[in-house]
Write a protein that binds this ligand. Structure first.
Ligand code: PEP
Ligand code: MN
Length: 369
């Protein structure tokens, strides 16, 4: 049973000076004092006032750059002192939290690999008890809404009220367009369960490369999210982590000022036009998911085609098709879908699968899988 979360509004944080989107920007990793200071200086020039940099980096493989550690906290302190920016970094243990508190870090975020781990979340929540710094929780790597909510509950139970979330997408088994699968429907669900909670999107980790950052940022704005956490590096091509997805400060400025349209989020004067934009954004999300599901289904169909070929089995087994269709019609009915519609959709899907399997059986494409 979902518990109510008691969260402070973003305005109570007293952090963000610009109107929506609230932006947190900075490099994936703090690499050197010069890189940190130079990036922060360039970001400040166009109004960014919350600076991010990873100090302890969770890397998939050992031997990669794993962050500069506590030295980086001193550089963040300098950004705060000399440039007046708020500074934040990722914490993944109680020790990280204590170090951040010691160095006056203004805000922390929990990474996607950590929010998936209830033991670590409890340890971090306990370390944050009786502090007042804001905490942002990225979605866990796996698309488990309850696990994400559980992480928020642990922090909230420990008295963290300045609590927000960051949607950074989910690990996908199949290769897809983006580095992490957006599965926006999970973000929409969380947003509707906790409409008061500050909600950020991280288009950098969603995208995995800078070309897709504008469309993902726009999607976040269309869904009415509060802010963006964007990776920005003064010299992205030399970055020690996530080089492909980092924008230069100039590119970030262009994104924010010229490339994304921010929709008004005020429900008091929500006009018809704004309503339709947000509904269409939801439809676009669902269509993305449909296409992703159809692509995944087609891959499985091809595998079946290959399997049948290897075992010398005919492509079409009518009894299987009859029961699949009857099942779909029955299920569709529970979702309010007319029989004719389900029949037409599944016939199209089935025809395409049969064609794909035929291609595999034919000599020309016989070895494709
Ligand atoms: C990051 O923000 O640099 C990071 C490691 O993010 P995530 O936890 O989303 O992978
Ligand atoms: Mn990163």
């Amino acid at each position: 049973m979902a518990k109510k979360l008691e969260v402070a509004s973003l305005s109570e944080w007293g952090f963000f000076t610009l109107p929506r989107p609230c932006v947190i920007a900075g490099p994936c990793s703090a690499e050197s004092e010069e890189q940190v200071m130079e990036t922060a200086k360039q970001l400040k020039e166009f109004g960014i006032n919350v600076f991010r940099a990873g100090i302890w980096k969770p890397r998939t493989h050992p031997g990669c750059f794993e962050g500069v550690g506590v030295d980086g906290l001193r550089w963040l302190q300098r950004v705060k002192r000399e440039l007046g920016l708020k500074v934040c970094t990722e914490v993944a243990s109680e020790k990280h939290v204590f170090e951040c508190l010691k160095y006056g870090i203004d805000m922390v975020w929990i990474g996607a690999r950590t929010s998936a781990n209830p033991f670590l979340m409890q340890e971090i929540a306990d370390a944050l008890r009786d502090t007042d710094i804001p905490v942002l929780v990225k979605n866990p790597v796996n698309p488990d809404l309850d696990l994400w909510i559980g992480a928020l509950e642990r922090l909230n139970n420990a008295g963290v009220r300045k609590l927000g979330v960051i949607h950074r997408g989910f690990t996908a088994f199949d290769k897809m367009k983006y580095r992490n699968n957006p599965q926006w429907q999970l973000a929409i669900e969380l947003r509707s369960r906790y409409p008061e909670m500050p909600f950020f999107c991280d288009p950098s980790h969603l995208a995995g490369c800078k070309e897709y950052i504008p469309e993902l940022s726009q999607r976040a704005m269309d869904l009415g999210l509060d802010g963006l956490m964007v990776e920005s590096h003064c010299n992205p091509s030399c970055a020690l982590s996530d080089a492909k997805q980092q924008l230069t400060p100039a590119e970030l400025k262009d994104l924010l000022y010229n490339r994304i349209k921010v929709r008004d989020n005020d429900t008091d004067n929500l006009s018809y036009k704004e309503g339709i934009v947000s509904l269409r954004a939801q439809i676009d999300v669902i269509d993305d998911n449909l296409l992703y599901a159809l692509g995944t289904r087609m891959n499985v169909s091809r595998k079946i085609g290959k399997y049948k070929k290897d075992n010398n089995i005919a492509i079409l087994q009518t009894s299987r098709w009859d029961s699949l269709l009857a099942n779909a019609i029955e299920k569709g009915r529970t979702y309010g879908l007319p029989e004719e519609f389900v029949k037409a959709v599944f016939t199209a899907i089935h025809d395409a699968s049969v064609n794909a399997q035929n291609e595999i059986l034919s000599d020309k494409n016989g070895e494709r899988s």
